[in-house]
Design a binder for this molecule. Structure first.
Ligand SMILES: [Zn+2]
Ligand SMILES: [Zn+2]
Length: 288
């Protein structure tokens, strides 16, 4: 499969602040990320074999480097007897994505049973008892939505600590609220975006892991980044003091740069960032 990708780019498997992220991200070519801990797929990319088993998919926008695999994923799941996946996407894109699925089903004369669920910024759903998915506003050239995964804990209120289980159960029965809900933001991912996303979704700064695009790096590409609503490395450096994240995974690098140039550019980041930044690229020592 490696030959399917440009030289020095392709499949990546990293662990960032304890979170495994496995996938591909090359601007304009293909982006998808498997997050096994959440049993979630971010973007479809071209839906290679090993993403077909993912039954929850968070699509950020309709650009084909992210969305190309939509119908293929649905078709492959149908073919292998898996139930339809739950697919989230920006509300404005849902009619077109549904139409695409409908046409694919007609072409194949197969009913995938698949539908797309609108992801409305500000709304949230529980993926598990202890895992919440919140939809964030996006900022890109086409309708885009971001995603924030948070661990949910219910901690016993201070005043009840030290009580026996039976006493707590009794309080519960009497209708007392004995626990407090805590949200621990684990992963923020805004999809393709311009730097305006930091004002629209400041939650991104506080996620344990921030997975964020950085399509452009070179000084001469600043205007290009603006024009196509992408992040430039300068946008990250300028906000260095805002990032509270344990790990910042930079991704979606343009094919204009060789991997070695990307690694070198990241070395110029301010010291308080450079130790936490992880490029979503094949390992440097594996470069040709
Ligand atoms: Zn893209
Ligand atoms: Zn895009």
């Amino acid at each position: 499969m490696a030959s399917d990708y440009p030289e020095g780019r392709g499949r990546v498997q990293i662990e960032a602040a304890g979170l495994e992220i496995d996938g591909v991200s090359i601007a304009g070519h293909e982006s998808f990320y498997k997050v096994p801990a959440f049993k979630c797929l971010l973007e479809f990319g071209r839906a290679p074999d090993d993403v077909v088993g993912y039954s929850t998919v968070c699509l950020t926008h309709g650009h084909l480097d992210h969305a190309a695999g939509l119908a293929h994923h649905a078709s492959r799941r149908r073919l292998t007897g898996l139930p339809a996946a739950r697919v989230f996407a920006p509300e404005e894109a849902v009619p077109d994505l549904e139409a695409w699925l409908a046409i694919s089903q007609r072409l194949e004369d197969v009913d995938y049973g698949a539908h797309v669920t609108p992801a409305v910024p500000g709304e949230r759903i529980m993926l598990r008892n202890d895992l919440e998915l919140k939809f964030l506003p996006g900022r890109h050239r086409v309708p885009t939505v971001g995603y924030l995964f948070s661990e949910i804990r219910h901690k016993l209120e201070q005043e009840f600590q030290g009580l026996e289980g039976a006493e707590i159960a009794e309080l519960r029965r009497s209708g007392r609220e004995v626990t407090r809900r805590e949200e621990i933001p684990l992963l923020g991912y805004p999809g393709d975006c311009g730097p305006e996303v930091f004002d629209a979704a400041p939650e991104l700064f506080r996620a344990r892991v921030l997975l964020i695009e950085c399509s452009f790096l070179a000084p001469e590409d600043r205007d290009r980044a603006r024009e196509y609503a992408h992040i430039h490395l300068d946008d990250i450096a300028e906000r260095a003091s805002f990032f509270e994240n344990e790990a910042i995974v930079l991704t979606h690098f343009s094919l204009r740069y060789r991997p070695e140039e990307i690694f070198e550019a990241l070395e110029s980041l301010p010291k308080n960032l450079s130790g936490r930044v992880v490029p979503f690229l094949p390992a440097r020592n594996s470069l040709p």
